[in-house]
Design a protein around this ligand. Structure first.
Ligand SMILES: Cc1cc2nc3c(=O)[nH]c(=O)nc-3n(C[C@H](O)[C@H](O)[C@H](O)COP(=O)(O)OP(=O)(O)OC[C@H]3O[C@@H](n4cnc5c(N)ncnc54)[C@H](O)[C@@H]3O)c2cc1C
Length: 330
């Protein structure tokens, strides 16, 4: 019997599997497809990501430094462009974030899990999960037919439309947004990201995926727990979930003893404590997206300029200069 049967080898599942294996747990990971594919992510992450991968993987995964963001209210060709050609710019003299190879990140994290001792099986789609007093039974369809695996606990790291969540009867996230990723072959040599509060029109090819916002009231069952997008451990103002999911995965590996189901409640409390302040502030920032244009303009004008922000910790969002601007604006 495995200590944990982990469903999904995305960032949250692989990180949990690595951390749990390093603590001596016996871990099986079941991934329905090929790790990292298909790509449905921009790969835009805070610099914290480098704490989660080996140093020698960095040159392969790194793509770009990003120093800030430029906000546009009327779209790239709208009236606002005439008013403020550069939009409202927030910047730092050091990189704020990086663009990375997201497929490579997932592959690297899964390799780290395997190196730590986890058994990683791709091509296995979990179709059924049952909890009982002695453990869990996880049924998967794989290349050799249907197999059932026994574990002490099951970890739902299977993304926004989590099968595990549904099978064990845990509630859904508050919202499931539709995220669309577009690719443009026009050269772009700038070191900022452009944020359009009205989505501009463009075409190329697109990939879409679900973005869960607002964690469900409960993320643990009798012998089950959710991590990552399955638990909506995401930033409410961007939908980004790579780093929050991995932070919560580490909390899970630390708190949950597979032989002690009562420790599931420790995880429930600990991951919320870890992310609560940043998620709350993230909701407030998101509320700004729906404010009337004049209020948005005044706010962006007041705050634009040099920032002290850490991308994954909006509680760090206000530099001293911005706080002064906020006070004088208020
Ligand atoms: C368009 C778009 C752009 C994004 N851009 C960013 C970004 O720039 N930065 C950022 O931080 N976040 C971004 N995100 C969010 C980010 O992709 C997710 O938060 C992150 O992937 C969540 O990781 P996870 O491990 O929880 O889930 P996932 O990465 O979704 O991994 C879940 C895994 O479970 C597997 N699985 C699902 N069901 C089963 C099953 N029944 N059996 C076995 N395996 C199963 C899937 O194949 C998948 O590999 C973006 C999302 C979208 C949609």
């Amino acid at each position: 019997m495995y200590d944990f049967v982990v469903v999904g080898a995305g960032p949250a599942g692989s990180r949990f599997s690595r951390s749990a294996s390093e603590r001596g747990r016996d871990v099986l990971v079941l991934e329905s497809g090929e790790v990292g594919r298909p790509l449905a992510c921009s790969g835009h992450v805070s610099l914290d990501v480098w704490e989660f991968v080996p140093d020698d993987a960095r040159p392969e995964l790194f793509q770009n430094d990003v120093y800030g963001a430029r906000f546009h209210l009327e779209g790239a060709t709208g009236a606002d462009r005439r008013e403020a050609p550069d939009g409202y710019t927030f910047y730092k003299d050091q990189p704020v974030s990086n663009a990375i190879d997201r497929v490579g990140l997932d592959e690297t994290l899964a390799e780290c899990a395997a190196d730590a001792g986890a058994e990683v099986r791709d091509g296995h789609t979990v179709t059924r999960v049952e909890e009982d007093s002695g453990g869990v039974r996880v049924t998967a369809r794989g290349p050799d037919g249907t197999e059932t695996f026994r574990g002490r606990m099951v970890v739902g790291a299977d993304g926004p439309r989590s099968k595990v969540r549904e099978a064990v009867g845990l509630p859904e996230p508050d919202e499931l947004l539709h995220g669309v990723l577009g690719f443009d072959d026009a050269p772009d040599h700038r070191d900022h990201v452009d944020v359009h509060l009205t989505v501009p029109r463009f075409f190329a090819w697109r990939i879409s995926g679900a973005i869960p916002i607002g964690p469900p009231d409960r993320t643990v069952g009798r012998r089950s727990l959710l991590v990552g997008d399955a638990a909506a451990q995401t930033k409410p103002f961007t939908g980004g979930g790579i780093l929050y999911g991995m932070r919560a995965a580490d909390v899970a590996a630390r708190e949950v003893d597979p032989r002690q189901p009562a420790t599931l409640d420790d995880y429930e409390q600990a991951w919320r404590a870890e992310l609560r302040r940043d998620q709350r502030l993230g909701h407030l920032i998101r509320a700004g997206y729906s404010m009337p244009r004049p209020v948005q303009k005044a706010g962006l004008r007041a705050f634009s300029g040099e920032i002290g922000v850490h991308m994954d910790r909006p509680t760090s969002v206000f530099s001293k200069a911005q706080l002064r601007a906020l006070l004088s604006w208020g």
